[in-house]
Ligand binder design. Structure first.
Ligand code: MD3
Ligand code: FE
Length: 203
């Protein structure tokens, strides 16, 4: 499959380089208050290669014992997540086409070896809201399929400043990150990729 599935909208270079740099500063402040944690798969405890944190009322976390969930506090510090920066709320208002503001913003950090296997996002209880994703730093190969496991997939190169909106049919599509293209962006001093996903968690 080469065409993008229904409901996927890609806005290449939605953010200018100076807007990207401003957003990176805001993410640095978030990571200072809410340090990156190592997510682990339910039951097996296998560690993911991506490092994570969140901002917003709720954050997505996972560990061996309690599995995938949203919770209002950081899993290590026990502190509430920092608020979602206004820059991100403004992006949501512009592209989401959804009345209510996002409740959660997951911050994923990929080093050059990190990946994310194909999965569905179904830990939210409101699938009427889209997911809005913002990419910063190195390019990646993003893959998106259908709502059925084993269906056809399309791949898309995401670059720094790109925004992706996953709504409608694509909200329950399988998706993942096949690879990072190291040193393709000058934005992050030590390289790597940051992805921010804005979501509604409950209705
Ligand atoms: C397609 N993150 O955090 S963002 C995730 O680049 C996640 O870090 C990837 O998948 C990343 O769950 C992909 C783009 C994205 C986010 C949510 C989706 C694509 C999606 C939900 C449904 C379909
Ligand atoms: Fe996902």
């Amino acid at each position: 499959m080469s065409a993008l599935p229904e409901g996927v909208r890609h806005f290449p270079l939605y953010l200018s380089p100076s807007q990207q740099a401003g957003l990176v500063e805001e993410i640095r402040r978030i990571v200072q208050a809410a340090p990156l944690f190592v997510p682990a798969m339910p039951r097996t405890g296998k560690e993911m290669s991506v490092r994570m944190t969140n901002c917003g009322e709720m954050g997505w976390v996972t560990d061996k014992e309690r599995g995938y969930r949203y919770q209002p506090v950081h899993p290590v510090t026990g502190e509430p997540w920092p608020p979602i920066p206004e820059t991100l709320l403004a992006i949501w208002r512009d592209v989401a086409g959804h009345e209510k503001p996002p409740q959660a913003c997951l911050v994923n950090f990929y080093d050059e070896r990190a990946r994310m296997g194909l999965h569905q996002d179904r830990d939210e209880s409101d699938f009427s809201a889209p997911v809005v994703s913002v990419s910063l730093g190195d390019d990646c190969r993003f893959r998106v399929g259908t709502a059925e496991r084993g269906g056809p997939t399309a791949s898309l190169r995401l670059a720094s400043g790109d925004v992706l909106v996953l709504g409608g049919q694509s909200r329950l599509a399988y998706h993942g990150v096949d690879r990072i293209y190291p040193r393709t962006s000058p934005l992050l001093k030590n390289g790597g990729r940051i992805n921010l996903t804005l979501r509604r968690v409950s209705e």
